[in-house]
Design a protein around this ligand. Structure first.
Ligand code: URA
Ligand code: SF4
Length: 255
């Protein structure tokens, strides 16, 4: 995976967490109790990205531990996956006051942390939760249209979902979330397929990784009640996202 905007080279996920805890790069540091860098498996093939910490996350220093987190756990359990199978983080690592949307300059200031997390984790599938997270990767995206779709993005799969908080407010959206999440094994399977075709075999253990993740896909497909349905959708073409990072920054008002 090539990197374009790395000015920082934290050596590990823990090093990023340490840096985030003392970060003052944007105004959000003023109101935080705890910065929330992220949690989960550092070898997970699936990276889940929310918007920003809420009240409970700020109190505990962990992502998605409130009501949205409970729904997220329920959704993962449908696949079935647990938090140990994924890594979860947010676009901004400190809580916006009154849970307002993060501002473009806050997203920009926090960008290097998420960027480096992606480099270190090298996830196969990026699951964005909600609009802000989707726009970080796909500025022309529209959550109402693109949720549950499987996109090819820079040698990875982008899999946008509604934000669980939206699901808590609206039962129809919760139903969409419950349907969409069942395509996660398919997204993982696609990510392995494109990695075989596209990714540079720079990692010696790439083959081993494919093997391990294929086993995970197999176990998921056989356990998922809707496996047959998911299988049927596999023939859908993968949508290509030609969007560049620059366009993404512009959409978020960084230029
Ligand atoms: N909502 C988010 O976007 N992230 C969290 O960590 C919790 C709630
Ligand atoms: Fe730093 Fe990100 Fe927190 Fe802003 S939100 S203070 S950039 S860690």
């Amino acid at each position: 995976m090539t990197t374009t905007d790395t000015q920082h080279s934290w050596e590990s996920i823990d090093a990023i967490a340490t840096a985030v805890r003392s970060c003052t790069a944007c105004a959000l540091h003023n109101g935080r109790t705890n910065a929330v860098s992220g949690s989960g498996s550092p070898t997970a093939g699936i990276l889940i990205i929310g918007e920003g910490p809420g009240f409970n996350e700020d109190q505990q220093g962990l992502p998605f531990v409130g009501r949205s987190g409970k729904l997220l756990d329920e959704l993962l359990a449908e696949v079935p996956l647990t938090r140990d199978d994924v890594f979860i983080t947010n676009v901004v690592k400190c809580r916006p006051p009154d849970n307002r949307d993060p501002l473009p300059d806050e997203v920009a200031a926090c960008r290097p942390y998420l960027q480096r997390q992606m480099e270190l984790l090298d996830p196969r599938v990026i699951v964005t939760l909600g609009r802000h997270s989707l726009l970080r990767f796909y500025p022309e995206g529209k959550i109402s249209k693109d949720h549950g779709k499987i996109f090819a993005w820079e040698g990875r799969i982008l899999f946008p979902l509604y934000h669980p908080a939206a699901g808590l407010r609206n039962p129809a959206i919760k139903q969409e979330l419950q349907q969409d999440v069942l395509r996660l094994p398919e997204a993982l399977q696609e990510s392995i397929r494109i990695s075989v075709n596209q990714r540079e075999p720079e990692e010696e253990n790439e083959e081993q990784r494919n093997e391990t993740d294929l086993q995970l896909v197999d176990s998921l497909s056989s356990q998922t009640a809707e496996a047959e349905n998911a299988e049927a959708q596999l023939s859908e073409p993968i949508l290509k996202n030609e969007t560049t990072k620059e366009q993404g920054d512009r959409q978020l008002g960084m230029f």
